[in-house]
Design a binder for this molecule. Structure first.
Ligand SMILES: Cc1ncc(COP(=O)(O)O)c(C=O)c1O
Length: 374
Protein backbone atom coordinates (compact mmCIF):
# COMPACT_ATOMS: atom_id res chain seq x y z
CA UNK A 1 0.00 0.00 0.00
CA UNK A 2 1.21 3.55 -0.78
CA UNK A 3 0.49 6.62 1.29
CA UNK A 4 -2.36 8.75 -0.05
CA UNK A 5 -0.38 11.41 -1.86
CA UNK A 6 -1.73 14.71 -0.53
CA UNK A 7 1.46 16.36 0.79
CA UNK A 8 4.12 17.94 -1.45
CA UNK A 9 7.15 16.57 0.44
CA UNK A 10 10.71 17.77 0.94
CA UNK A 11 12.99 14.77 0.28
CA UNK A 12 14.13 14.65 3.91
CA UNK A 13 13.61 12.07 6.63
CA UNK A 14 13.88 13.75 10.04
CA UNK A 15 14.81 11.18 12.67
CA UNK A 16 15.92 13.11 15.74
CA UNK A 17 15.36 16.41 17.54
CA UNK A 18 16.81 18.32 20.48
CA UNK A 19 15.75 21.81 21.57
CA UNK A 20 15.55 23.97 18.43
CA UNK A 21 17.44 21.53 16.19
CA UNK A 22 16.48 18.44 14.19
CA UNK A 23 18.65 15.90 12.36
CA UNK A 24 17.93 13.93 9.20
CA UNK A 25 18.80 10.28 8.60
CA UNK A 26 22.16 11.31 7.13
CA UNK A 27 23.14 13.15 10.30
CA UNK A 28 22.64 16.66 8.86
CA UNK A 29 21.61 19.12 11.57
CA UNK A 30 18.92 21.77 10.88
CA UNK A 31 17.92 24.86 12.84
CA UNK A 32 14.16 24.58 13.31
CA UNK A 33 12.41 27.91 12.76
CA UNK A 34 9.23 26.04 11.79
CA UNK A 35 8.60 24.01 14.97
CA UNK A 36 7.04 21.21 12.93
CA UNK A 37 4.25 23.64 11.93
CA UNK A 38 3.97 25.64 15.17
CA UNK A 39 3.58 22.45 17.18
CA UNK A 40 6.85 22.28 19.11
CA UNK A 41 6.44 24.64 22.06
CA UNK A 42 8.99 23.52 24.66
CA UNK A 43 11.61 22.23 22.20
CA UNK A 44 12.24 18.78 20.77
CA UNK A 45 12.79 15.84 23.14
CA UNK A 46 12.96 17.85 26.35
CA UNK A 47 14.25 15.43 29.06
CA UNK A 48 11.43 16.27 31.51
CA UNK A 49 8.81 15.65 28.79
CA UNK A 50 10.45 12.37 27.74
CA UNK A 51 10.67 11.20 31.35
CA UNK A 52 7.06 12.06 32.23
CA UNK A 53 5.61 10.40 29.12
CA UNK A 54 7.84 7.34 29.50
CA UNK A 55 6.88 6.90 33.17
CA UNK A 56 3.19 7.33 32.39
CA UNK A 57 3.11 4.86 29.50
CA UNK A 58 4.88 2.28 31.65
CA UNK A 59 2.01 2.62 34.17
CA UNK A 60 -1.07 3.34 32.02
CA UNK A 61 -1.30 4.72 28.49
CA UNK A 62 -5.06 4.96 28.13
CA UNK A 63 -8.35 4.46 29.83
CA UNK A 64 -11.71 5.77 28.77
CA UNK A 65 -13.56 8.98 29.65
CA UNK A 66 -16.07 6.89 31.64
CA UNK A 67 -13.85 7.03 34.74
CA UNK A 68 -12.22 9.84 36.75
CA UNK A 69 -8.94 10.95 35.19
CA UNK A 70 -7.00 12.98 37.75
CA UNK A 71 -4.27 13.87 35.26
CA UNK A 72 -6.92 15.52 33.06
CA UNK A 73 -8.27 17.42 36.09
CA UNK A 74 -4.75 18.63 36.85
CA UNK A 75 -4.32 19.87 33.25
CA UNK A 76 -7.52 21.91 33.64
CA UNK A 77 -6.40 23.34 36.98
CA UNK A 78 -2.91 24.30 35.78
CA UNK A 79 -4.08 25.61 32.37
CA UNK A 80 -6.71 27.77 34.11
CA UNK A 81 -4.06 29.40 36.29
CA UNK A 82 -1.36 29.97 33.66
CA UNK A 83 -3.81 31.31 31.06
CA UNK A 84 -5.80 33.54 33.42
CA UNK A 85 -9.01 31.58 32.75
CA UNK A 86 -9.41 29.58 35.98
CA UNK A 87 -13.18 30.19 36.04
CA UNK A 88 -13.57 28.52 32.58
CA UNK A 89 -14.04 24.75 32.02
CA UNK A 90 -11.94 22.53 29.77
CA UNK A 91 -13.01 19.94 27.21
CA UNK A 92 -10.15 17.90 25.76
CA UNK A 93 -9.98 16.43 22.25
CA UNK A 94 -7.28 15.44 19.76
CA UNK A 95 -6.86 18.06 17.04
CA UNK A 96 -7.43 21.70 16.24
CA UNK A 97 -10.25 21.02 13.80
CA UNK A 98 -12.00 18.94 16.43
CA UNK A 99 -11.62 21.76 18.96
CA UNK A 100 -13.28 24.27 16.59
CA UNK A 101 -15.96 21.76 15.62
CA UNK A 102 -16.90 21.31 19.29
CA UNK A 103 -16.69 25.06 19.98
CA UNK A 104 -19.22 25.86 17.24
CA UNK A 105 -21.43 22.94 18.25
CA UNK A 106 -21.49 24.25 21.81
CA UNK A 107 -22.34 27.77 20.59
CA UNK A 108 -25.24 26.41 18.56
CA UNK A 109 -26.54 24.26 21.42
CA UNK A 110 -26.43 27.39 23.56
CA UNK A 111 -28.31 29.93 21.42
CA UNK A 112 -30.06 27.64 18.94
CA UNK A 113 -28.75 29.56 15.91
CA UNK A 114 -26.99 28.20 12.83
CA UNK A 115 -25.12 31.05 11.09
CA UNK A 116 -21.41 31.71 11.65
CA UNK A 117 -19.34 34.80 10.90
CA UNK A 118 -15.78 34.02 9.88
CA UNK A 119 -13.09 36.14 8.21
CA UNK A 120 -11.39 36.35 4.83
CA UNK A 121 -8.16 34.30 4.67
CA UNK A 122 -9.07 32.41 7.86
CA UNK A 123 -8.05 28.79 8.51
CA UNK A 124 -9.82 26.70 11.15
CA UNK A 125 -9.27 23.06 10.12
CA UNK A 126 -10.58 20.43 7.74
CA UNK A 127 -13.53 18.68 9.40
CA UNK A 128 -17.06 19.55 8.33
CA UNK A 129 -17.89 22.85 10.05
CA UNK A 130 -14.24 23.76 10.71
CA UNK A 131 -13.55 23.61 6.99
CA UNK A 132 -16.74 25.47 6.13
CA UNK A 133 -15.58 28.43 8.25
CA UNK A 134 -12.17 28.23 6.57
CA UNK A 135 -11.99 30.77 3.74
CA UNK A 136 -10.51 28.48 1.09
CA UNK A 137 -13.01 27.10 -1.43
CA UNK A 138 -10.42 24.59 -2.71
CA UNK A 139 -10.62 22.53 0.48
CA UNK A 140 -14.38 22.79 1.09
CA UNK A 141 -16.02 19.67 -0.36
CA UNK A 142 -19.58 20.07 -1.72
CA UNK A 143 -20.91 18.10 1.26
CA UNK A 144 -19.39 20.68 3.62
CA UNK A 145 -20.75 23.67 1.73
CA UNK A 146 -23.93 24.24 3.71
CA UNK A 147 -24.34 28.03 3.66
CA UNK A 148 -23.75 28.46 7.36
CA UNK A 149 -20.96 30.96 6.92
CA UNK A 150 -20.32 34.53 5.85
CA UNK A 151 -16.65 35.64 5.56
CA UNK A 152 -16.00 39.29 6.41
CA UNK A 153 -12.88 41.44 5.93
CA UNK A 154 -10.48 41.28 8.89
CA UNK A 155 -10.49 44.32 11.22
CA UNK A 156 -13.67 45.71 9.57
CA UNK A 157 -15.95 46.30 12.56
CA UNK A 158 -18.68 48.00 10.50
CA UNK A 159 -19.08 44.86 8.37
CA UNK A 160 -19.36 42.77 11.56
CA UNK A 161 -21.92 45.14 13.07
CA UNK A 162 -24.04 45.01 9.92
CA UNK A 163 -24.06 41.20 9.95
CA UNK A 164 -24.60 40.72 13.69
CA UNK A 165 -27.38 43.30 13.87
CA UNK A 166 -29.56 40.81 11.94
CA UNK A 167 -29.77 39.00 15.32
CA UNK A 168 -29.46 35.46 13.94
CA UNK A 169 -25.70 34.83 14.03
CA UNK A 170 -24.76 31.90 16.25
CA UNK A 171 -21.03 32.65 16.62
CA UNK A 172 -18.10 34.64 15.38
CA UNK A 173 -14.93 32.56 14.98
CA UNK A 174 -11.63 34.37 14.61
CA UNK A 175 -7.91 33.59 14.94
CA UNK A 176 -6.05 35.68 17.54
CA UNK A 177 -3.45 36.20 14.78
CA UNK A 178 -4.24 34.77 11.35
CA UNK A 179 -1.61 32.12 10.60
CA UNK A 180 -2.27 30.46 7.27
CA UNK A 181 -3.71 33.79 6.06
CA UNK A 182 -0.22 35.33 6.25
CA UNK A 183 0.42 36.30 9.92
CA UNK A 184 -2.17 39.05 10.03
CA UNK A 185 -2.75 40.73 13.39
CA UNK A 186 -5.99 42.15 14.75
CA UNK A 187 -6.22 45.68 16.04
CA UNK A 188 -7.03 46.05 19.73
CA UNK A 189 -10.03 48.28 19.05
CA UNK A 190 -11.45 45.79 16.53
CA UNK A 191 -11.34 42.97 19.08
CA UNK A 192 -12.75 45.17 21.84
CA UNK A 193 -15.66 46.32 19.66
CA UNK A 194 -16.17 42.75 18.45
CA UNK A 195 -16.53 41.65 22.07
CA UNK A 196 -19.10 44.38 22.73
CA UNK A 197 -21.24 43.66 19.64
CA UNK A 198 -21.19 39.88 20.27
CA UNK A 199 -22.47 40.41 23.82
CA UNK A 200 -25.15 42.88 22.65
CA UNK A 201 -26.51 40.46 20.01
CA UNK A 202 -26.25 37.15 21.94
CA UNK A 203 -23.55 35.96 19.53
CA UNK A 204 -20.87 33.62 20.89
CA UNK A 205 -17.29 34.86 20.43
CA UNK A 206 -14.87 32.02 19.66
CA UNK A 207 -11.15 32.77 19.59
CA UNK A 208 -9.14 30.21 17.66
CA UNK A 209 -5.77 30.27 19.46
CA UNK A 210 -4.61 27.00 17.92
CA UNK A 211 -1.60 28.49 16.15
CA UNK A 212 -1.09 31.81 17.95
CA UNK A 213 -1.88 30.61 21.48
CA UNK A 214 -0.03 28.73 24.19
CA UNK A 215 2.59 31.45 24.62
CA UNK A 216 3.60 31.81 20.99
CA UNK A 217 2.60 35.49 20.71
CA UNK A 218 4.49 36.48 23.87
CA UNK A 219 1.31 36.36 25.97
CA UNK A 220 -0.47 33.11 26.81
CA UNK A 221 -3.18 34.03 24.29
CA UNK A 222 -2.78 36.55 21.46
CA UNK A 223 -6.21 38.09 22.20
CA UNK A 224 -4.92 39.07 25.66
CA UNK A 225 -3.09 41.99 24.01
CA UNK A 226 -6.56 43.52 23.55
CA UNK A 227 -7.66 42.81 27.14
CA UNK A 228 -10.86 41.00 26.12
CA UNK A 229 -12.32 37.62 27.17
CA UNK A 230 -13.97 35.44 24.50
CA UNK A 231 -16.77 33.01 25.38
CA UNK A 232 -14.86 30.03 23.98
CA UNK A 233 -11.15 29.59 23.21
CA UNK A 234 -9.69 26.71 21.20
CA UNK A 235 -6.12 25.41 21.60
CA UNK A 236 -4.10 22.60 20.01
CA UNK A 237 -0.59 22.46 18.42
CA UNK A 238 1.73 23.51 21.30
CA UNK A 239 -0.44 22.02 24.09
CA UNK A 240 1.20 18.59 23.80
CA UNK A 241 4.47 19.57 22.03
CA UNK A 242 3.63 17.08 19.28
CA UNK A 243 1.51 14.66 21.28
CA UNK A 244 -1.87 14.93 19.47
CA UNK A 245 -4.09 16.95 21.76
CA UNK A 246 -6.43 19.93 21.73
CA UNK A 247 -8.72 21.76 24.11
CA UNK A 248 -11.80 23.95 24.29
CA UNK A 249 -11.85 26.52 27.11
CA UNK A 250 -15.49 27.26 27.93
CA UNK A 251 -16.85 30.24 29.85
CA UNK A 252 -19.10 29.70 32.89
CA UNK A 253 -22.13 30.90 30.87
CA UNK A 254 -22.35 27.41 29.28
CA UNK A 255 -24.06 24.61 31.17
CA UNK A 256 -22.72 21.11 30.50
CA UNK A 257 -25.21 18.33 29.86
CA UNK A 258 -24.22 14.66 29.96
CA UNK A 259 -23.57 13.41 26.44
CA UNK A 260 -23.67 16.80 24.67
CA UNK A 261 -19.96 16.45 23.76
CA UNK A 262 -17.77 13.37 23.84
CA UNK A 263 -14.68 11.62 22.52
CA UNK A 264 -12.85 8.31 22.86
CA UNK A 265 -9.24 9.47 22.93
CA UNK A 266 -9.52 13.10 24.07
CA UNK A 267 -7.59 13.93 27.24
CA UNK A 268 -6.30 10.39 27.73
CA UNK A 269 -3.68 9.65 30.39
CA UNK A 270 -0.72 9.90 28.03
CA UNK A 271 -1.89 13.08 26.27
CA UNK A 272 -2.71 14.76 29.59
CA UNK A 273 0.73 13.82 30.93
CA UNK A 274 2.31 15.41 27.84
CA UNK A 275 0.27 18.56 28.49
CA UNK A 276 1.38 18.68 32.14
CA UNK A 277 5.02 18.30 31.12
CA UNK A 278 4.57 21.19 28.65
CA UNK A 279 3.09 23.42 31.37
CA UNK A 280 5.89 22.48 33.81
CA UNK A 281 8.56 23.49 31.30
CA UNK A 282 6.76 26.62 30.10
CA UNK A 283 6.64 27.85 33.71
CA UNK A 284 10.08 26.68 34.83
CA UNK A 285 11.89 28.03 31.77
CA UNK A 286 9.74 31.20 31.39
CA UNK A 287 9.00 30.35 27.78
CA UNK A 288 6.25 32.94 27.32
CA UNK A 289 8.61 35.72 28.38
CA UNK A 290 11.28 34.20 26.16
CA UNK A 291 8.92 34.18 23.15
CA UNK A 292 8.22 37.89 23.74
CA UNK A 293 11.89 38.80 24.17
CA UNK A 294 13.39 36.76 21.32
CA UNK A 295 10.43 37.56 19.07
CA UNK A 296 10.84 41.32 19.63
CA UNK A 297 14.53 40.99 18.83
CA UNK A 298 13.92 39.00 15.64
CA UNK A 299 11.21 41.38 14.44
CA UNK A 300 13.43 44.41 15.08
CA UNK A 301 16.40 42.87 13.26
CA UNK A 302 14.34 41.52 10.35
CA UNK A 303 12.88 44.99 9.76
CA UNK A 304 16.42 46.12 8.81
CA UNK A 305 16.54 43.72 5.82
CA UNK A 306 15.88 45.77 2.66
CA UNK A 307 14.80 42.62 0.77
CA UNK A 308 11.80 42.12 3.10
CA UNK A 309 8.72 44.11 2.13
CA UNK A 310 6.92 43.66 5.46
CA UNK A 311 7.59 41.96 8.80
CA UNK A 312 4.39 41.02 10.65
CA UNK A 313 3.41 39.20 13.82
CA UNK A 314 4.04 39.02 17.54
CA UNK A 315 6.42 37.01 19.68
CA UNK A 316 7.60 33.88 17.88
CA UNK A 317 4.87 34.00 15.24
CA UNK A 318 6.45 36.06 12.48
CA UNK A 319 5.58 36.55 8.81
CA UNK A 320 8.08 37.90 6.28
CA UNK A 321 6.52 39.15 3.07
CA UNK A 322 8.83 39.50 0.09
CA UNK A 323 8.26 41.10 -3.33
CA UNK A 324 9.48 37.91 -5.01
CA UNK A 325 7.98 34.41 -4.66
CA UNK A 326 9.80 32.72 -1.73
CA UNK A 327 9.85 29.11 -2.99
CA UNK A 328 13.51 29.16 -4.05
CA UNK A 329 14.66 31.14 -1.03
CA UNK A 330 12.99 28.62 1.28
CA UNK A 331 14.65 25.72 -0.54
CA UNK A 332 18.06 27.47 -0.32
CA UNK A 333 17.50 28.04 3.39
CA UNK A 334 16.72 24.38 3.90
CA UNK A 335 19.22 22.64 1.63
CA UNK A 336 22.16 25.09 1.62
CA UNK A 337 21.84 26.72 5.04
CA UNK A 338 19.99 23.97 6.94
CA UNK A 339 17.17 26.07 8.33
CA UNK A 340 13.54 24.93 8.43
CA UNK A 341 10.96 27.69 7.88
CA UNK A 342 7.24 27.70 7.17
CA UNK A 343 5.40 29.30 4.29
CA UNK A 344 2.02 30.76 3.51
CA UNK A 345 0.86 31.61 0.02
CA UNK A 346 3.61 32.37 -2.50
CA UNK A 347 5.29 35.40 -0.94
CA UNK A 348 5.29 34.94 2.86
CA UNK A 349 7.77 33.00 4.99
CA UNK A 350 6.40 31.95 8.36
CA UNK A 351 8.66 31.66 11.41
CA UNK A 352 7.13 29.45 14.12
CA UNK A 353 10.08 28.16 16.14
CA UNK A 354 9.97 26.38 19.50
CA UNK A 355 9.35 28.93 22.26
CA UNK A 356 12.75 28.12 23.80
CA UNK A 357 14.62 29.71 20.86
CA UNK A 358 17.59 31.53 22.42
CA UNK A 359 18.99 34.91 21.35
CA UNK A 360 22.08 33.06 20.08
CA UNK A 361 19.92 30.76 17.95
CA UNK A 362 18.01 33.79 16.67
CA UNK A 363 21.38 35.36 15.70
CA UNK A 364 22.34 32.12 13.98
CA UNK A 365 19.11 32.24 11.98
CA UNK A 366 19.61 35.88 11.00
CA UNK A 367 23.13 35.19 9.78
CA UNK A 368 22.05 32.16 7.69
CA UNK A 369 19.01 34.06 6.38
CA UNK A 370 21.21 36.98 5.30
CA UNK A 371 23.47 34.59 3.36
CA UNK A 372 20.49 32.85 1.74
CA UNK A 373 19.05 36.18 0.60
CA UNK A 374 22.30 37.27 -1.11
C1 LIG B 1 -5.57 28.63 13.37
C2 LIG B 1 -5.76 27.15 13.14
N1 LIG B 1 -6.92 26.57 13.46
C3 LIG B 1 -7.14 25.27 13.28
C4 LIG B 1 -6.16 24.45 12.76
C5 LIG B 1 -6.44 22.99 12.55
O1 LIG B 1 -5.70 22.21 13.44
P1 LIG B 1 -5.49 20.65 13.16
O2 LIG B 1 -4.63 20.53 11.95
O3 LIG B 1 -4.83 20.14 14.42
O4 LIG B 1 -6.84 20.06 12.96
C6 LIG B 1 -4.93 25.00 12.41
C7 LIG B 1 -3.87 24.16 11.81
O5 LIG B 1 -2.92 24.62 11.19
C8 LIG B 1 -4.72 26.39 12.60
O6 LIG B 1 -3.57 26.98 12.25
Amino acid sequence: MNLFDVYPLFPLNIVQGKGCYVWDENGIKYLDLYGGHAVISIGHSHPHYVEMISNQVSKLGFYSNSVINKIQQEVARRLGIISGYDDYSLFLINSGAEANENAMKLASFHNGRTRIVSFQKSFHGRTSLAVEVTNNPKIIAPINNNSHVVYLPLNDIEAVKAELSKGDVCAVIIEGIQGVGGILTLTGTFLQELRTICTATGTILILDEIQCGYGRSGKFFAHQYAGIKPDIITVAKGIGNGFPMAGVLISPMFTPVYGMLGTTFGGNHLASTAALAVLDIMEKENLIENAAKVGDYLIKELKQFPQIKEVRGRGLMIGLELDEPIKELRSRLLFDYHVFTGVTGTHVIRLLPPLCLSLEEAEEFLSRFKKALN
